[in-house]
Ligand binder design. Structure first.
Ligand code: IPE
Ligand code: IPE
Ligand code: MG
Length: 237
């Protein structure tokens, strides 16, 4: 089966900067270069869906200055990168509890997500104020409302129906999840959507990650046997 959906936990910006005796925000700035090169590489390789973890629901707990710098950087990147992304055939979409952002940023996200490239080559989902548990609870709430209003019947609920209430509902499940920065954890990123994803953890810090590292991981991904519960013999029959 081909590679339909890559998700990335872009981690290690702060440590990258600290190693260079620079403020953490210098690392976030440097990380935007990797974002650009990974998006470009995915388009080039024909990956139809890419989901990036840019800001978690837990990241609000960071020092106020760092959070506000991240917000600035986010706004500036949207303004700066959107025209070129459209030209490359990239459609942007935002997932997460967006209501917590400033009105200006919410407006910008709405505006950007309404823009469509003339020829769609890739869906880029940017997860901001996103939490995997939030996503599931949010889906359960919306489903409960539909049941209350008689739009859905309890007996009809199955995994496919539940999925319609989740973020990324119209996209294939994640095939490949990558985390840079050396930690071996999910940090409340996509939970439901990575049920059968292949997981890759690399020590490379996000600002050092680029096309070459991505293509090495994809090569290894292609060598893995995804069995989905079956035996190897069944897969190779
Ligand atoms: C990831 O890098 C970027 C965000 C979470 C916004 P970090 O800022 O977590 O970098 P480290 O993990 O401290 O090195
Ligand atoms: C996960 O990184 C969130 C993003 C990459 C946006 P963190 O650096 O926040 O994760 P923890 O806190 O080390 O688990
Ligand atoms: Mg981190």
């Amino acid at each position: 089966m081909s590679l339909q959906h890559i998700a990335i936990i872009m981690d290690g910006n702060g440590r990258w900067a600290t190693l260079r005796k620079r403020p953490r925000t210098f690392g976030h700035q440097a990380g935007t270069k990797s974002v650009r090169s990974v998006i470009q590489a995915c388009v080039k390789l024909g990956v139809p869906n890419l989901t990036l973890f840019a800001f978690s629901s837990e990241n609000w707990s960071r020092p106020e200055k760092e959070v506000s710098r991240l917000m600035d950087l986010f706004m500036r990147s949207l303004n700066k990168e959107t025209p070129e992304l459209l030209q490359q055939g990239v459609k942007q979409n935002f997932i997460g509890d967006l209501g917590r952002f400033s009105e200006k940023l919410q407006q910008k996200m709405r505006e950007v997500s309404q823009l469509n490239p003339s020829e769609l080559r890739m869906n880029l989902n940017i997860a901001v104020n996103y939490g995997g548990r939030w996503d599931i609870v949010n889906a359960a709430k919306k489903l409960a409302m539909d049941i209350q209003q008689g739009v859905k019947q309890i007996d009809a609920i199955d995994e496919t129906v539940f999925d319609e209430y989740m973020s990324l509902k119209d996209l294939p499940a994640v095939d490949l999840l990558i985390r840079t920065g050396g930690e071996h954890r999910i940090s409340n990123f996509l939970l439901w959507q990575i049920a059968y994803a292949e997981l890759f953890f690399t020590d490379t810090l996000w600002p050092d990650f680029g096309e070459q590292q991505l293509s090495d991981i994809i090569t290894e991904f292609n060598q893995r046997e995804r069995r989905f519960g079956k035996t190897s013999e069944q897969i190779n029959a």
